[in-house]
Write a protein that binds this ligand. Structure first.
Ligand code: TXA
Ligand code: MG
Length: 309
């Protein structure tokens, strides 16, 4: 516990001095910096090799802090009460007098925000005098990190500090909901699509349209492990890593289980970890068995499809 407290102090020192650090969240690890500082937020783009036109998500401790920077409405409050803190992000209107750096929003009048649930990051946010801009702590277009070591794999010595919060419990990024106009899901994520749609559903109008890329940072090629991925495969090649979701009667050295019980929550948690491991084992390609396209399976399939492009 003592150790944990001193680590939080280290984080605070770095962040107060305009440095970027790695922070744990329940979805994936973030590369965090003071969202009010031009100097600090610029470092995020440099480290990630991220195009400046791709805006950042800002992390808040609570509603009072958020209200300093954003306008909220009834739809926001419904979702906030149900899911926050948790794996959901909102695109909201920025207040004119907010202190958010222009780097964060790319000078847009909207901003993506979220309230992470991870206990260490909440402790950190509670103490800081500013919110944290924190995209996933990976190089642009690569797989998001779900542990301290993953972040170090991405940035090595270029990053000053990573707060160790264990393996991320959700394992895929937050679901992003745009609340600026009519509610719309911009990115599938850690909360099932249907659980969010229930709040708004008007039977003829879906608030999520597959294959429509609206989020600037979620192009067709994304989440790439750097080797080819083939989906819906029944018979993998001998030298391919084979990613599975249900237990087989026999076992082989190239089998990697996301879950042995067809459990989609468990599979989401293990997805990025498994892809990273396979890459480390030097496989030249990956085959994935069919993943049911329901619940978090939709998010898993979204990520795998982009990773396979
Ligand atoms: O779970 C998560 O959301 C993680 C953790 C660290 O919080 N963060 C994350 O950040 O996934 P990032 O930057 O990898 O993905 C955020 C996405 C990007 O695709 C970005 O283009 C989009 O959010 N975004 C940011 N601001 C936006 C805005 N104003 N309007 C629409 N999309 C926006
Ligand atoms: Mg990302």
């Amino acid at each position: 516990m003592k150790n944990k407290l001193s680590n939080i102090k280290k984080c605070i020192n770095y962040l107060n001095n305009n440095e970027c650090i790695g922070i744990p969240t329940e979805t994936v690890y973030g590369l965090a910096a003071n969202a009010y500082s031009d100097k600090a937020t610029l470092k995020i783009f440099k480290l990630k090799k991220r195009p400046k036109k791709n805006p950042l998500i800002v992390h808040y401790y609570n509603l009072n802090d958020l209200k300093k920077d954003c306008l909220i409405d009834i739809n926001f409050m419904k979702l906030y009460k149900k899911f926050c803190p948790g794996p959901i992000s909102f695109v909201l209107k920025l207040k004119r007098n907010s202190c958010i750096s222009n780097n964060v929003t790319n000078k847009k009048k909207t901003m993506a925000v979220r309230f992470p649930r991870h206990v260490l990051t909440r402790r950190l946010l509670k103490i800081l005098k500013f919110p944290l801009a924190a995209p996933s702590a990976n190089l642009s277009k690569k797989i998001s990190p779900v542990s301290k070591n993953d972040v170090i794999d991405e940035f090595g010595k270029k990053i000053k500090f990573v707060l160790d919060g264990g393996q991320s419990k959700i394992g895929v990024e937050s679901t992003i909901v745009n609340l600026v106009d009519k509610p719309k899901i911009l990115r599938l994520g850690g909360i099932e699509r249907k659980k969010i749609e229930k709040f708004f559903i008007n039977k003829n109008k879906k608030i999520y349209k597959k294959n429509k890329i609206i989020v600037p940072g979620q192009g067709k090629v994304h989440y790439s492990p750097g080797i080819p991925i083939r989906l819906n495969i029944k018979d993998p090649k001998k030298d391919e890593a084979y990613v599975l979701i249900k237990k087989r009667k026999f076992s082989k050295k190239n089998f990697y289980y996301l879950s042995k019980k067809n459990n989609l929550k468990e599979a989401a948690k293990n997805l990025y970890k498994t892809l990273r491991l396979i890459k480390k084992k030097k496989f030249k390609s990956i085959a994935v068995e069919k993943i049911p396209n329901i619940g978090l399976g939709e998010t898993i399939n979204d990520r795998l499809t982009r990773a396979s492009k």
